[in-house]
Design a protein. Sequence first.
Length: 45
Amino acid sequence: MRERCRKSIVENNTLTKLRDTLLPKLISGELRVPEAKKLAAEATA
């Protein structure tokens, strides 16, 4: 149970960092959705 909780926390932190990195670039047009998908897949692999 503790390990599952720890993994969830790590995953949440990873996704938060990814969101904070990609969202401003997507909104500004600096990054397109296909490129963002690729970066997200690499970050979560």
